[in-house]
Design a protein around this ligand. Structure first.
Ligand SMILES: NC(=O)C1=CN([C@@H]2O[C@H](COP(=O)(O)OP(=O)(O)OC[C@H]3O[C@@H](n4cnc5c(N)ncnc54)[C@H](OP(=O)(O)O)[C@@H]3O)[C@@H](O)[C@H]2O)C=CC1
Ligand SMILES: O=C(O)[C@@H]1CCC=N1
Length: 223
């Protein structure tokens, strides 16, 4: 433990020694490690699953009804301490177990407890959402370069603007409608841009993307 972590030679050894086991593998391979986990799991072990689409019932069917499962949908932004974790728990998870996991997740982001029935829906607003933003950034940057900007200069301007916009949404006390309305000046540039995007189906594209994301999450749970 000199470096603050220990490397185990097998999943079996790791699960036997851990009070909380974090499962962060893809839905496509999770079934293949279940038997190793089942043999090593104690009644006290808390199982924190980050795997999209896999529900609490799925774990209970493989590990037993009494297993303590917390399902979590994380975001890649935890890497910079700004994670947004959506969690739900099995009835077998005590408040103390839950608080321990919440404390651990809170070290790198915010934690919201949500009904398990919304765990696939939430992927579309947290887990996958950073990619929507990165994709939008790529499109905007492409246009910026076309207009003559240096790419890194445009990136700094755009990303800082988005960071500030998110900060205002979270901490200004103003609603998203009020904030948008503040920019919708009659005859102004912003309104012209929003009208053009609206006419080309921007809102509809976003809604359809969100729906596709949720559907895929549900399919992953059935693989
Ligand atoms: N990426 C994201 O932003 C988000 C991901 N998620 C969820 O997190 C989970 C992991 O995603 P992500 O980290 O991106 O995926 P990666 O493919 O980057 O990582 C998968 C990990 O699983 C390990 N692994 C694969 N097969 C086995 C196995 N048989 N036994 C043990 N370990 C194995 C891999 O180890 P090795 O490298 O050694 O092969 C790798 O560390 C997914 O379920 C995804 O739905 C949720 C929200 C956001
Ligand atoms: O794309 C995926 O399947 C995972 C879930 C959320 C983000 N990445």
């Amino acid at each position: 433990m000199e470096r603050g972590y220990t490397v185990f030679k097998s999943i079996d050894d790791l699960v036997k020694r851990a009070s909380v086991v974090v499962v962060a593998i893809t839905p496509q391979v999770i079934d293949s490690i279940m038997h190793q986990i089942r043999n090593a799991l104690s009644a006290e072990t808390v199982f924190l699953s980050l795997t999209a689409g896999i529900d609490i019932k799925w774990y209970q069917e493989r590990l037993g009804k009494s297993c303590k499962v917390i399902r979590c949908m994380p975001t890649i932004t935890a890497q910079v301490g700004l994670g947004a974790f959506a969690v739900s728990r099995a009835e077998t998870v005590s408040d103390n177990d839950y608080k321990e996991v919440e404390r651990f997740l809170s070290s790198c982001g915010i934690v919201e407890e949500i009904p398990e029935s919304l765990m696939c829906e939430v992927v579309s607003i947290n887990g996958s959402a950073p990619a929507y933003f990165y994709h939008m950034t790529r499109v905007i940057l492409e246009e910026a370069v076309y207009m003559g900007f240096n790419e890194s200069s445009a990136l700094r301007l755009f990303a800082q603007t988005m960071k500030g916009s998110a900060e205002m949404l979270l901490n200004s006390g103003m609603s998203v409608e009020i904030l948008e309305d503040k920019l919708r000046l009659q005859g102004g540039t912003t309104l012209t841009a929003l009208d053009k995007m609206d006419a080309l189906g921007f809102d509809c594209c976003l809604k359809e993307g969100v729906k596709a994301c949720v559907s895929r999450c549900k399919e992953l749970g059935k693989l």
